[in-house]
Ligand binder design. Structure first.
Ligand SMILES: [Zn+2]
Length: 201
């Protein structure tokens, strides 16, 4: 008789090719996952993992994060834009042949990676882009893009800060909308991910 060892179920195989989205603000991991097309891909979501910092050789646990492992996955610039809006301190790792070849992260983190000795791959800054595409839906029910479909494009009129909401303008009907009213193509709103304002310095 073959014995089933529970450890075989729990083992997570390291990703050889794909994406690891790390340091996601807790509560945003599944939201982001929902925006991605991961059909047929092996995905391991991690929610509320402890985050740690090493200070004077001691490991200190100082918070929580979500982390998504997506084997074989790729992100579009729109996906990266969505991550920059809901979780600006996230770190996107592109993995090839079991190595991180590209990291996209906030300016502060990029500065740490650039001066550290542990990482020597490509670096990119995670920031809210100047425009977003099909990832958003226009908030105007009369807009052509809501009535007849087709590709959408939105100009980012105001990038979010600690005190300012994100403001976008539809490229078709030119209506502007902001903050929690902003709706993603999945039907989820920014308000569905809790605190939507930036907490970058
Ligand atoms: Zn519109």
């Amino acid at each position: 008789m073959v014995k089933t060892d529970i450890r075989n179920y729990l083992r997570i195989r390291p990703i050889e090719e794909g994406i690891v989205i790390d340091h996601l603000r807790p509560g945003t991991g599944l939201f982001i996952l929902n925006l991605l097309n991961y059909e047929g891909l092996r995905v391991t979501p991690g929610l509320n993992y402890d985050t740690s910092k090493e200070i004077d050789g001691e490991l200190l646990y100082d918070g929580k994060k979500d982390i998504m492992f997506i084997e074989g996955g790729e992100l579009t610039s729109d996906h990266i834009g969505a991550i920059s809006i809901v979780s600006p301190l996230a770190v996107i790792n592109h993995i090839k042949e079991s190595k991180v070849i590209n990291k996209i992260a906030s300016k502060d983190r990029i500065a740490e990676y650039a001066t550290g000795e542990e990482y020597s791959g490509k670096l990119g800054v995670l920031e809210v882009p100047n425009s977003l595409g099909n990832i958003l839906l226009c908030a105007n029910p009369k807009c052509t893009t809501n009535k007849e479909g087709g590709d959408r494009c939105f100009e980012v009129i105001q990038k979010p800060t600690e005190s300012l909401d994100l403001v976008v303008g539809c490229g078709y009907c030119e209506k502007e909308f902001y903050g929690d009213v902003i709706r993603f193509y999945t039907g989820q709103r920014l308000s569905d991910v809790g605190k939507t304002r930036y907490y970058l310095k």
